[in-house]
Design a protein around this ligand. Structure first.
Ligand code: SAH
Length: 194
């Protein structure tokens, strides 16, 4: 396989992710915010994800990032493509389940409901899990340090700050209902039950 072929596959898969996001973002009309947390920090995080796209575009369109490539067997890079694809499917499933409750920020909307169906039956953050899968996939498929780091940096941030603040906000809003829900689900990986 030539690098150009991996680049093409990566471009197609990432266009799919972007399309999914844009599609659901359009369907989010009539959103009224009731509570918002850490607005400025969360906006920076979104900007950081946006900045992370620049190295990916450089990787896709030029060969300037070649010095930062690492060598991986072709089948591992294919596995990366599979992870991005799986991440995209999980992304769609999560968006469908969350519906109008979705927000790019940490917000509670008027008439917000607690979703425990679809992928939310197993994990509390399927959308973030999808973003993680896509990030690992992008790193393996591109086999490039700069691309991998530019995705990992905002993801680490999201894991360290956003997830726990989101759970705190949900627990404040939904009280025991959320705490009960937390007992039965994992954050990103389903809880094993025997
Ligand atoms: N963390 C979730 C949702 C991401 S979207 C995931 O990864 O799938 C972020 C918004 O989702 C937050 O502002 C919060 O209000 C909302 N949210 C998170 N979990 C929810 C749930 N179980 N039910 C309803 N809304 C939820």
């Amino acid at each position: 396989m030539h690098e150009i072929q991996f680049k093409l596959i990566l471009a197609v898969l990432l266009l799919m992710s972007t399309d999914i996001r844009l599609y659901y973002q359009r369907n989010r009309k009539g959103f009224e915010t009731a509570v918002i947390k850490h607005e400025r920090r969360e906006k920076y995080l979104i900007a950081l994800f946006g900045l992370g796209l620049i190295p990916i575009i450089f990787y896709l369109l030029t060969s300037r990032l070649k010095p930062f490539s690492f060598s991986l067997p072709a089948r591992v890079r294919w596995l990366g493509a599979g992870l991005i694809f799986a991440g995209n499917l999980l992304f769609i499933w999560s968006h469908r389940a969350l519906g109008r409750n979705w927000s790019p920020l940490l917000e509670i909307r008027r008439g917000h409901t607690l979703i425990t169906e679809g992928p939310y039956r197993f994990i509390r953050h399927p959308m973030y899990a999808a973003i993680f899968l896509i990030g690992i996939g992008v790193s393996l498929l591109s086999a490039n340090w700069i691309v991998a780091l530019s995705y990992m940096l905002p993801m680490t941030n999201m894991y360290l700050f956003r997830i726990s603040d989101e759970e705190k906000m949900m627990a404040e809003q939904f009280g025991n209902e959320y705490k009960e829900y937390m007992r039965n689900t994992g954050r990103l990986i389903p809880k094993l039950r025997f």
